[in-house]
Design a protein around this ligand. Structure first.
Ligand code: PRP
Ligand code: MG
Length: 181
């Protein structure tokens, strides 16, 4: 496991495919928010890569801010409780907010985040996600921008981790079974 790429068993999306998809999403967003100020809110830590690439695919001005949230307890999200680890530095009242994340799995994170942000009276709040797992969705989340729908498989890379590793992979893929052993 010296080399991060050697543990991938199947590449779902290559770096080039991801870059093309992110650029396409950026174009749609630019068109939809034309003439309006836009604040991108990235969800730490997974969204770092897609935020950076999405923002740099745009030619317009955007502001960027970040939130970090976590489920109570350790890894499990079964409690359904989310808490804020790092809040926005920006007052979003009256602002057009686009929350950027790299994946919607159960939907818990973003359904909670959207209701939290909505209570701060933004002009609008929408979601852009690179990936979504429709089969895993258990909370009502309606992202305005979705890169790809994927099967309910554990994927890593491009911000997505397994035990904090593999976030720096440029591709997105599934891990070889020996990694979990
Ligand atoms: C992951 C991922 C999404 C969220 C999706 O983040 O980055 O933000 O889970 O899962 P959900 O739809 O079931 O809520 P995680 O909370 O693991 O933290 P991370 O971004 O720091 O990896
Ligand atoms: Mg995350």
């Amino acid at each position: 496991a010296a080399h991060v790429e050697s543990d991938l068993v199947n590449v779902l999306f290559t770096e080039a495919e991801i870059q093309a998809k992110v650029a396409e999403m950026a174009q749609r967003i630019e068109a939809d928010y034309e003439g309006q100020e836009l604040l991108l809110v990235g969800v730490l830590r997974g969204a770092v890569m897609v935020m950076a690439d999405l923002a740099r695919s745009m030619t317009r001005h955007v502001e960027m801010d970040w939130m970090a949230v976590s489920s109570y307890g350790s890894g499990t999200k079964s409690s359904g409780v989310v808490r804020i680890l790092k809040d926005l530095d920006t007052d979003i009242a009256g602002r057009h907010v686009l929350v950027v994340d790299e994946i919607i799995d159960t939907g818990l994170t973003l359904s909670w985040l959207i209701s939290n942000l909505s209570s701060r009276n933004p002009a609008s709040v929408e979601i852009a996600t690179l990936l979504r797992k429709p089969e895993a969705l258990s909370m009502p989340v309606e992202p305005k921008y979705v890169g790809w729908d994927i099967p309910n498989e554990f994927v890593v890379g491009y911000g997505l981790d397994y035990q904090e590793r593999y976030r720096n992979l440029r591709d997105i893929g599934t891990l070889a079974p020996h990694v979990y052993a």
